[in-house]
Each structure stands twice: as structure tokens, then as C-alpha cells.
Ligand binder design. Sequence first.
Ligand SMILES: NC(=O)c1ccc[n+]([C@@H]2O[C@H](COP(=O)([O-])OP(=O)(O)OC[C@H]3O[C@@H](n4cnc5c(N)ncnc54)[C@H](OP(=O)(O)O)[C@@H]3O)[C@@H](O)[C@H]2O)c1
Length: 279
Amino acid sequence: MDLRGKRAVVTGASAGIGRELSLQLADRGVAKVALLARRTDLLQEVAAECSAKGAKALAVRCDVTDRSSCEAAAREVLADLQQVDVLILNAGMSMGCYFEDIKDMSDGEKLMNLNVMGVANVLHYFLASMPKVRDSRIVVVSSVSGVVGVPFRTFYCASKWALHGFCAALRAEFLEAYGPDKAPKVVVTCPPEVGTSLNTNRLKFGNEETAQFDQKAALPVPVAAQMILDGTVKGDRHHFFAKFWSWIHTFYPCCPARIEDLIVKGVRKSHKAPRYGNM
Ligand SMILES: NC(=O)c1ccc[n+]([C@@H]2O[C@H](COP(=O)([O-])OP(=O)(O)OC[C@H]3O[C@@H](n4cnc5c(N)ncnc54)[C@H](OP(=O)(O)O)[C@@H]3O)[C@@H](O)[C@H]2O)c1
């Protein structure tokens, strides 16, 4: 698959991974890219940078949790793009709180709604505009938390694991409806920690602090975006950033206790989570 001349949509394009993906799509020669998020001032800046790289860029306000906002955004985008070849569903949020310490459960609903329904809502309004060919790409930004259980991320893991099931069913539907030669590819990309504001803006679930993360251990954003676009071009079903994670994904069902031990040791090295004893 060649990104040159393609028309792309990126959610969560105002910051972090989505912003960088948009810029790199422009570098890779997409003809048009629609940038979706709530902060339109930031989207305008990203659009200007994409335009300077030669891609026509549209900044469109969209709250992915609000279906009427998604519908309006899709109408505005499709009036210009006509069709979408690459749809990157990236907007999301994280948490950093032990389940035992949660005070305000409504943050759980917020997180699930953004990370799961935010993907489904946007796909709902754009899917009809995507050509039913193998070169079309639906890219869902999951996480390594979508393949293993990670401490103080119960709802985040639940949201990302849900996306894997959602995408598996979507692939099956495409196969059934369009056959193996025409089914659009559904890529679920699973980054490890990346140096964005996601890890400093975690939902607090009613507490004052969230888990602190050593940003030195994070992957630089441009590297993460480059790897996601490489996986997009290849059409990887599950896209991992290192053989280690692909190994974890394969062997988790066979030796879960051993893998949980590895994950907990890794998290202890890079994270520090407050305990509140709310129970
Ligand atoms: N950073 C990491 O360590 C990491 C690791 C693995 C996976 N991921 C995944 O990567 C994705 C992007 O995260 P990031 O690290 O780039 O985070 P980020 O820097 O905090 O950016 C989050 C983006 O999501 C958008 N967003 C949030 N709520 C939204 C809403 N209701 N409607 C529309 N857009 C919304 C934000 O835009 P507005 O606020 O302008 O709306 C922003 O552009 C997420 O799905 C995350 O789970 C991140």
C-alpha cells in the first residue's frame, strides 16, 4: 500500500501521537488529511504544518464522545475529501489509580466512553465513505495495555482490550461481506509508553494524584508515529513495536503467571503510584 495521494482522517490530531501521525502522513505524500479533535486552535497549527509539507489539511472540531459532533465533522470532512482511504482512530485517555483506591467511578465511564465508543462513533460516520478494497486502512490505536493486564490501569486495559474484540469482529464482517481480496485492513497498533501528555493528564478517579511515570523510559513521539505508519502500510493485524510484545501477545494465554510477573517488575521500575486506602 502506498500512502501517496491518499485521503486520511486522524482523530486526536491536536496533540501527541495524533499530531505527529498527521505531520508524518503529510511527509509521506498523502493528498489530503482531515484533523479531528476538540481544541481547534491546536488543530489549525497542525493543519498549517501539514500544508507546508504539501498536503491539503482540514482542521475540524470533533468531540468523539458526542455522536452529533461526529456526524457534523464527517459531513464537513466528506464534502471536501469525498472518500477516506486511511482512518486513524487515535483519540484516547489514560488513568493511573489502583482500582482499590477509586473514589469517583464516573471517571471509569468517561474513559470507556472515550476510548471505546469514541472509536465506534467516528467509524460509524466514516465507514461508508471508505472504498472496500485491501488498500483501505482502519487503524485503531490500542496499547500494550490492550494485550496484558497492567497495574493501576483497570479501565484503560478494559477499554483497549475491548478494541481488540471490536476489531476482530469488524475483520470477520469485512471478510464475510467483501471476501479476502476486497476486505479493508483493520490494523490494531499497540504502542508501549510514548512521551506525550497522556501520561501526565491521566484521569484521577476522585484522587489528587495519579501514578507518576518516568518519561525517560518513554518512546519519542516521532519514532512511535513512524512505526505506526509502517504498520499501517503493511496492514499488520496486530502491530507491535518490539518482538518482546509480539512474544507476550502470543504466549500470554500459555503462561499468564510468568508474564504477569514480568509486567509487574517492569512497571515497578518505571512507575510510582500513590496509595490512598479508600476502601
Ligand atoms: N502516550 C502513550 O504512552 C501511549 C501508549 C500507548 C497507547 N497510547 C494511545 O495513543 C492514543 C493517543 O494518545 P497520546 O499519547 O497522543 O495522548 P495525548 O497527547 O494526551 O493526546 C490525546 C488526543 O486525544 C484527543 N482527545 C481527547 N478526548 C477527545 C474527545 N472527547 N474528542 C476528540 N478528541 C479527543 C486530544 O485532543 P483534544 O483535547 O483537543 O480534543 C488529543 O489530541 C490514545 O488512544 C492512547 O491510549 C498512548
